[in-house]
Design a protein around this ligand. Structure first.
Ligand code: AMP
Length: 284
């Protein structure tokens, strides 16, 4: 496994692989890797000839009051996990090379990034689209793997790739969960034992929405009320949103005909958690 820090070096190496007509899969991450991240790398290994992981805590996607400074950094164990999977390249660029002092160009995120995370974390998706485009330029892969855990992020990246004609296929991969259902997240390590128990409320709320839908309740307002009740039972400390949305546009829905996505963002202690579930109605 080659660990590369230099921007010219990664481009040259990937160019070399491309000339060999080998397929490249890239997995962008911010490190503090868990099995969710590793599942994306596994997928890249299965489907491509060469797997590239990137580790970069992207400052432009953090708001001024967010956890950039204390975001977990565990490079040595991250590299060990990637090595064990047989990852071919890991790109770990220095922040001041990615964003030079005079950096002033940003990618305006697409419409699908307006609501939810876009509204609650102003500038977040602008940081995401900018870094992802930069990584796609440096690593012109054939396929890029993202987790469905960040559902709106995948929608934003898909729209950017379509809008800007970026020749890369986006694959959304299933959310990897702890045995009890909690979605794996780098931020879970902030949770105290007591918070960890309450954090399960997100999963319980999502499964409740799916169960109510299966039982015939197709009204979004009522499904959302059920999710909020479940979150209050946990209890979580605050709810940013708990909504049923269109899987493509992410606009709120009134009624579920066939499918929808339940999305939640909530705070447990000082940790902000997000999760989602694709809901499927009973066939009529
Ligand atoms: P992050 O390091 O949080 O930026 O995440 C890097 C990638 O891993 C993103 O595409 C995430 O959606 C994905 N990811 C994070 N958590 C999970 C999970 N539990 N299951 C699957 N993918 C995940």
């Amino acid at each position: 496994m080659k660990v590369i820090h230099d921007l010219n070096e990664i481009y040259t190496q990937i160019d070399f692989v491309r000339r060999d007509a080998r397929r490249i899969g890239v997995v962008p991450t911010m490190g503090a890797l868990h099995n969710g991240h590793l599942s994306l790398v596994q997928r890249a290994k299965q489907e491509c000839d060469v797997a590239v992981a990137t580790i970069f805590v992207n400052p432009t996607q953090f708001g001024p009051n967010e956890d950039l400074a204390k975001y977990p950094r565990t490079l040595e164990s991250d590299l060990e996990g990637l090595r064990q999977l047989g990852c071919d390249f890991v790109f770990v660029p220095p922040s001041d090379r990615v964003y030079r002092a005079n950096h002033s160009t940003f990618v305006e995120p697409p419409l699908v990034g307006k609501r939810w995370e876009g509204e609650l974390r102003p500038g977040h998706f602008r940081g995401v689209t900018t870094i992802v485009l930069k990584l796609f330029q440096l690593i012109p892969a054939h396929v890029a793997y993202f987790g469905r855990k960040d559902y709106q992020q995948v929608a934003v990246i898909r729209a950017m790739v379509d809008d800007l004609n970026i020749p890369i296929r986006i694959e959304a991969c299933a959310t990897v969960r702890e045995p009890d259902g909690l979605a794996m997240s780098s931020r879970n390590r902030y949770l105290s034992t007591e918070d960890r128990g309450r954090a399960l409320g997100l999963w319980l709320a999502l499964t409740k929405a799916q169960n109510c839908l299966m039982a015939g309740d197709t009204t979004c307002e009522s499904l959302e009320r059920g999710m909020r009740d479940e979150l209050a039972k946990a209890p979580v400390d605050s709810i940013d949103y708990a909504a049923i949305v269109d899987p493509v546009t992410m606009e709120p829905m009134r009624q579920v005909d066939e499918t929808a996505v339940a999305i939640i963002a909530a705070r447990v202690g000082s940790t902000r958690l997000i999760d989602n579930m694709t809901l499927v109605a009973n066939e009529k």
